[in-house]
Design a protein around this ligand. Structure first.
Ligand SMILES: Cc1ncc(C[n+]2csc(CCOP(=O)(O)OP(=O)(O)O)c2C)c(N)n1
Length: 585
């Protein structure tokens, strides 16, 4: 096996074209074995095998710098840069992350997981190289889907003016996670169909040099293409056509489902684990489809992740023009929602908390200053969401809840979630965001008849004394468990509160607690700094009330086990009980 002998890119350079082809076959087989046992980004990596081999054959990493966009497609790069054992040896599978990671290797430039940033990052590397008077190649590798993000355009615009070495490889497999959307993709299609020769050329119009390669799996052609642009003195776009999922029939046939996946049977493609039971994704899509039928102004918006709220291909078709995929353009999605809501539309934007991070200004400026009644559904905003350092879901409360006018709601059950969503869509007063529970669908069994237009009214679910637990959203169950233990094992009845409103204080209730409570405990599934609990603590500042905030300390945990992260941060039922007992016993 050639792969077993590859310890660095220098070993790739020793091989003949035929051997490089054999190596590619070995890599694809190795990828498939690991992916089938471990899960990961399947289609993107299968499509990048030959291109990565050719990149390392031609360029001289780490002197030449390769910046992978999202970097979810960097598995072959890892194999060729000293990390093959993490793919060949199951015991070492978890030794590498799913994204580029400078802590793992000097061949990885950045720790990255969000899209559309590679050209900007590469512009930075190229600029400092030039300022220092050094010479090497800077390469940004970006997928066609990721070109739909605003930062990619900003990067192209800047690169065009740089007038210096920068190689922008566009890996065009004709897909984002789902199908691409937007005007750019018509031009990419024309370019593919004309072998890169059509008169209308987006990249040339931006002032960039351009070349095209139709078969991104032909090693020799890839090598020749890269050699032609190596050491270019100008920014150049190398547009390469590849097949997402290349070499694995199920992934080639259903590219959307195979973008990322859990372990599967190699022979059949059948998933090894199946999840049954209700999910907020499916429930949300079904609910919205119903709403769309009743009201033609209801529209669901996604920024390149339709699955976030259950819009699979069939549901997208059913929704028709009431489903809008703007591409991977979160900033635009928020502003679009604001625009629709400004004139009587009822937009519902479904988004992962981690990706919403890039929209702070659109939330603040376009949406909230204008106080337009759009609805945002924030998914995986939880320590139980995605656990990679690049995809954390614990910053949203601090980010969103400090923007005026926005009403951010934290349901604790299915009934509450849909009551909030129903109200959010119907009302015309506020921008509303809902933090969709990330720990599974819990039914309370009781209809939620709350009038959410009465803002900031917390719900007391158990009346007690001495201590009150304010348990927000997903962490309500944790508070309830602590209250149960205190009652059953220690015969102490504490007050339990479901705040529901993240963005505002129920000052009447907080004041009333002063009468017979000495301490307030807050629980939130997010960072403490700037979060919900701090606002409660600050409100009680001068009062005779102790406040203990449970939440996560501000940090960038990586590939953590959620329950362990809770434990490290002292967020266990035992810890909560202990804290309360210490203060009131
Ligand atoms: C800001 C942001 N939004 C959404 C995502 C989720 N996401 C990961 S990869 C991807 C599609 C990327 O498509 P493309 O660049 O064409 O790469 P491919 O996977 O097709 O190789 C999306 C939407 C993300 N990583 N970052």
């Amino acid at each position: 096996m050639f792969l077993e002998k590859i310890n660095s890119p220098a070993d790739v350079k020793k091989l003949s074209f035929e051997q490089l082809q054999t190596l590619s076959g070995e890599i694809r087989k190795t990828l498939l074995k690991k992916l089938s046992e471990h899960g990961g980004h399947i289609g993107p990596n299968l499509g990048m095998v030959e291109m990565t081999v050719a990149l390392h054959y031609v360029f001289h990493s780490p002197t030449d710098k390769i910046v992978y966009d999202v970097s979810h497609q960097s598995y072959t790069h890892k194999m060729l840069t000293g990390r093959k054992e993490a793919f060949l040896n199951p015991a070492e599978y978890d030794d590498v992350s799913g994204f580029t990671n400078p802590h793992e290797s000097q061949h990885d430039c950045f720790e990255i997981g969000h899209t559309s940033t590679s050209i900007s990052l590469a512009c930075g590397l190229a600029k400092v190289r030039d300022l220092k008077g050094e010479r090497y190649n800077v390469i940004a590798l970006i997928g066609d889907g990721s070109l739909s993000g605003g930062e990619a355009y900003e990067g192209l615009n800047n690169a065009a003016e740089a007038g210096t070495n920068m190689i922008i490889i566009v890996n065009d497999n004709g897909m984002s996670i789902a199908e691409n959307h937007g005007g750019l993709y018509q031009n990419l299609k024309e370019l593919r169909e004309s072998n890169g020769t059509c008169a209308c050329n987006f990249f040339k119009a931006m002032g960039l040099e351009y070349c095209y390669l139709d078969d991104g799996h032909d090693i020799q052609k890839l090598v020749e293409t890269f050699q032609a642009v190596q050491n270019s003195e100008k920014p150049v776009v190398v547009h390469i056509h590849t097949t997402k999922g290349k070499g694995f029939a199920p992934a080639e046939m259903d590219k959307e489902s195979w973008h990322w996946g859990m372990p599967f049977e190699l022979a059949t493609g059948k998933p090894k684990f199946s999840f049954s039971g209700p999910s907020y994704e499916d429930l949300t899509a079904e609910y919205l489809l119903e709403k769309m039928k009743q009201d033609s102004t209801v529209a669901a918006i996604t920024s390149g992740t339709p699955g976030v709220f259950g819009f699979n291909q069939a549901r997208r078709k059913e929704a028709g023009s009431q489903f809008i995929d703007v591409g991977i353009a979160e900033e635009h999605a928020v502003a679009l929602a604001s625009g629709m809501a400004a004139d009587g539309g009822k937009p519902v934007y479904g988004v992962y908390g981690t990706f919403l991070q890039r929209t702070y200004d659109q939330l603040s400026q376009d949406l909230c200053i204008n106080n337009n009644p759009a609805v945002l559904l924030v998914f995986a905003a939880s320590a139980y969401g995605m656990t990679d350092i690049t995809h954390l879901g614990i910053y949203d409360i601090a980010m969103i809840s400090n923007i005026p006018n926005l009403v951010y709601l934290a349901p604790t059950s299915k009934e509450e979630y849909f009551a909030m969503l129903e109200w959010g869509i119907a009302q015309q007063e506020h921008p509303v965001a809902i933090r969709v529970p990330a720990t599974g669908v819990r039914e309370s069994g009781t209809a939620d008849t709350t009038d959410y237009s009465q803002l900031n009214k917390y719900q007391v679910t158990r009346k007690g004394q001495d201590a009150a637990i304010l348990a927000l959203g997903d962490f309500y169950e944790l508070g309830k468990k602590a209250a149960d233990i205190l009652e059953k094992e220690h015969h102490i009845k504490v007050t339990l509160i479901n705040p529901k409103f993240i963005t505002g204080l129920d000052t009447d209730l907080l004041d009333s607690l002063k009468a017979n409570h000495r301490m307030v405990v807050t629980l939130e599934d997010g960072i403490l700094e700037g979060g919900f609990g701090e606002k409660i603590a600050s409100y009680y500042g001068l009062a005779d009330m102790k406040v203990k905030n449970f939440g996560f300390k501000k940090s960038f945990p990586d590939r953590y086990v959620p329950d362990e992260l809770l434990k490290e941060n002292g967020i266990t039922v035992e810890q909560i009980v202990k804290t309360i007992l210490a203060e009131i016993d």
